[in-house]
Design a protein around this ligand. Structure first.
Ligand code: OXD
Ligand code: MN
Length: 583
C-alpha cells in the first residue's frame, strides 16, 4: 500500500482499474522528482527549455491550439438537486454525469503514467487549509501543481491524519473538444476533468477545488471562498492594512496584487499574499481573516513588462513554466507588450507572421512559485492568515462606474458585489468585450446557487460587528474618444490609500445614491499628470445611466426567482428610490 489511508488507496486502485495506466507514480514533491519529470517532458516535447543564461530553469509548454482557456460551457456542477447548483451553473444529475464522464475515462491512461498528487490548499499548519489529491496523466499538471500548491509528502501525511480530502481525477484524454468536461460533485467532494490540459481546467486545486468545491463547503461551514487577491499596504509609518479584491478574470488582478508604488510614494510598500483566491473566516473577535489557499501564480503573460508589473516581470525571469508564449530567435520568451525583443516563433510553434494574429496567445500564462515574488509577504504562510480591513469589488467598465465608491453598509456592499459586471476578456473561451454580469467576480466559480450565495454573504452581518468595509473600483473608465481616464497600475495605490483612510475614519466622502465617493481632492494626485476635470469625470455619477443599470441589476437578481433573499431586493429598492429622488 502506498498510503495508510484505505479510502485513498481504494480510490487510486479504482481509478487505475478504470483508466488502465501503464504505471502509477505517487508524487512526493521533491526536487529530484521534479527534475526527472522536466527531463522526461523535454524528451517528449511537452516542454522546451528556454535560453538558460537569461532565463534559468524556464520552460515553454505549447498546449493544443483548441485548448487555451477555461471552458465554462463544458463546466458542470452536479449537485443532487438542480436548484442547489442554480441558474449560474450548468448542471447534470450526478449519476448521469458520472456515467458520461467515466465512459470517457475508460482506458484513457493506457500507455501513460498515472500520477497521484497529494496537495494542501493553504499553509500546511493552518486550521483553515484543506487537502486534496489530484490524479492525472499529465506531467505538465504535476509540475504546475508543485508550484501552485503545497504538494507531496507533507500533505499526504496530513491527509492520512485528517482522513478527508477532495478527490480530483484528471486526464488530458485525446484533447477532443467534443469529449471535454469539467465536472464537480460537491456533495461527494469530487472533481472529474477530461479532455483539457490547460490551467483552470486541469490544475484542479485552483478553480475547481479552491473555488467551486470550497465555496460549497464554505457555505455549509460558515466561511467564504472567494475569487480575490490579498495585499498588505504598508505606509511610511510601518502600518499595514490588508485588503481583499475581487475582479473578473484578466482585469489586472495580478498587477494589483504585486503593485509597485510609484516614485512619488517613497516609503510605501505593497506586500502580496495572493493574486487570485482568498479563503475568509471570522475569527473569535469577529474579524474576517484571509488565507491564500495557493502557493504560486498562474498569471496572464501579455502586457507584463518592467513598467506595468515589475515584480511579476522580474519574477518570471527564472524558475518559470510559460504556456503558449512566443519565442525570439535567441530562444527567449516573448509576448505582446513585453517591449523587449522581437518574436520569431509564435505560440503554436510556427514562424511568426503577423497575419496569423498575436505572437503569444492573449491568454498565455506563467506559472511560478509565489516565493519568487519580490513583494512576497511572509504572512502568506501564517496559519491564522491576515485580518482584512476592506473588501474591494471591481470590473472593467468603459463608463458608468466611478473610479471608486464605498458601499453604505455590509448589506449594500453585498448588492454592489452582486451587481458586478465586466467586459469579457481572453481568460475564458468566448466573445471578447461583451458586458456580462459577474457577481463578486464568481460567475464561473461559485459552486452553488448565487441566490443562496448572496444569502450566505448577507448572513455575515448577523455574525459580526467588525466586518470590513466594502468598496467598488473601476480602473478602466474611458472618455468619449476611448482614452483611459485613470493611469492605473502603480498609481492605483492612491485609490487604495483613500480606501484605507476611509476604514480608519481619516478621509471625507460625499454621499450619493450609489454610495460614498471621495470629495474632490480626497484622492492624492500630487506628481500625477491628471487635470481636475479628469478627476471630476472619473468620480462622476450619471444618475440616468445608473437608473438603467439598477433596472438591469434588478432584472438580473429577479432571474434567481424564489430563492433570492428578500433583503437583497429591499436593498436594491433603497438604491432605486435614492436614484429617483436625485433625478
Ligand atoms: C484565472 C481566471 O485564470 O480567473 O485566474 O480565469
Ligand atoms: Mn482568476
Amino acid at each position: 500500500m502506498a498510503t495508510s489511508l484505505q479510502e485513498l488507496q481504494n480510490w487510486v486502485d479504482s481509478v487505475a482499474k478504470l483508466t488502465q495506466p501503464e504505471s502509477i507514480h505517487w508524487c512526493n514533491g521533491s526536487d529530484a522528482e521534479n527534475k526527472r519529470l522536466i527531463n522526461e517532458m523535454q524528451r517528449s516535447g511537452d516542454l522546451v527549455e528556454l535560453d538558460h543564461e537569461s532565463h534559468p530553469n524556464c520552460y515553454l509548454h505549447r498546449s493544443d491550439p483548441s485548448d487555451v482557456a477555461r471552458v465554462e460551457h463544458l463546466t458542470f456542477v452536479c449537485s443532487r438537486n438542480q436548484d442547489d447548483a442554480g441558474p449560474n451553473n450548468n448542471w447534470m444529475n450526478p449519476a448521469d454525469a458520472h456515467k458520461k464522464i467515466d465512459a470517457l475515462f475508460e482506458g484513457a491512461m493506457q500507455g501513460r503514467t498515472m500520477y497521484v498528487i497529494p496537495y494542501c490548499m493553504g499553509p500546511i499548519a493552518s486550521p483553515y487549509a484543506r487537502l486534496g489529491v489530484e490524479i492525472t496523466d499529465s506531467p505538465y499538471v504535476v509540475a504546475n501543481m508543485r508550484m501552485m500548491t503545497r504538494m507531496g509528502d507533507e500533505p499526504l501525511a496530513r491527509i492520512e491524519k485528517d482522513g478527508t480530502f477532495v478527490k480530483g481525477l484528471h486526464s488530458t484524454g485525446d484533447l477532443d473538444p467534443e469529449k471535454r468536461f469539467i465536472m464537480h460533485f460537491p456533495e461527494e467532494l469530487t472533481i472529474k476533468s477530461i479532455g483539457s490540459g490547460y490551467g483552470g481546467n486541469a490544475l484542479l486545486g485552483k478553480k475547481c477545488h479552491a473555488l467551486r468545491i470550497a465555496s460549497w463547503q464554505a457555505r455549509d461551514e460558515g466561511w467564504l471562498a472567494e475569487h480575490m487577491l490579498i495585499v498588505g499596504v504598508e505606509n511610511p509609518d510601518g502600518e499595514i492594512h490588508y485588503i481583499a479584491c475581487a475582479f473578473p478574470s484578466a482585469c489586472g488582478k495580478t498587477n494589483l496584487a504585486m503593485l509597485v508604488p510609484p516614485e512619488s510614494h517613497k516609503g510605501w510598500r505593497v506586500w502580496t499574499l495572493g493574486d487570485d483566491i482568498a479563503w475568509l473566516h471570522l475569527d473569535e473577535g469577529g474579524k474576517l481573516r484571509a488565507i491564500n489557499p495557493e502557493a504560486g501564480y498562474f498569471g496572464v503573460v501579455p502586457g507584463t513588462n518592467a513598467k506595468t508589473n515589475k515584480n511579476a516581470y522580474d519574477m518570471i525571469q527564472s524558475n518559470t513554466i510559460y504556456t503558449n508564449v512566443a519565442t525570439t530567435a535567441d530562444n527567449k520568451p516573448w509576448w505582446e507588450d513585453k517591449n523587449v525583443g522581437t518574436p520569431a516563433i509564435d505560440w503554436q510553434g510556427r514562424e511568426y507572421d503577423p497575419e496569423n494574429g498575436p505572437a503569444a496567445h492573449p491568454n498565455s500564462r506563467f506559472t511560478v512559485s509565489a516565493k519568487m515574488n519580490p513583494s512576497y509577504s511572509l504572512l502568506a504562510d501564517a496559519p491564522e492568515g491576515v485580518p482584512i480591513a476592506a473588501i474591494v469589488f471591481g470590473g472593467r467598465r468603459k463608463e458608468l462606474a466611478p473610479l471608486v465608491y464605498e458601499a453604505k453598509n455590509w448589506r449594500h456592499g453585498v448588492l454592489v458585489g452582486a451587481g458586478v459586471a465586466s467586459e469579457t476578456t481572453a481568460a475564458a473561451a468566448g466573445e471578447i468585450g461583451v458586458v456580462r454580469r459577474d457577481p463578486m467576480a464568481m460567475k464561473p466559480f461559485c459552486g452553488y446557487n448565487f441566490a443562496d450565495y448572496w444569502a450566505h454573504w448577507l448572513g455575515f452581518d448577523e455574525e459580526s460587528k467588525h466586518l470590513p468595509k466594502i468598496f467598488h473600483v473601476n480602473w478602466f473608465r474611458q472618455d468619449s474618444s476611448g482614452r483611459f481616464l485613470w493611469p492605473g497600475f502603480g498609481e492605483n495605490l492612491r485609490v487604495l490609500r483613500w480606501i484605507i483612510d476611509r476604514c480608519e475614519g481619516r478621509a471625507e466622502a460625499t454621499e450619493t445614491p450609489i454610495g460614498y465617493l471621495p470629495k474632490a481632492g480626497d484622492i492624492d494626485t500630487s506628481d500625477l499628470d491628471i487635470t481636475p476635470d479628469t478627476m471630476d469625470a472619473l468620480l462622476s455619477v450619471n444618475i440616468e445611466q445608473w437608473k438603467s443599470e439598477m433596472d438591469s441589476v434588478g432584472d438580473y437578481l429577479q432571474s434567481y426567482g424564489e430563492r433570492l433573499p428578500a433583503a437583497l431586493m429591499a436593498e436594491h429598492e433603497t438604491v432605486v428610490s435614492a436614484l429617483k429622488e436625485a433625478s
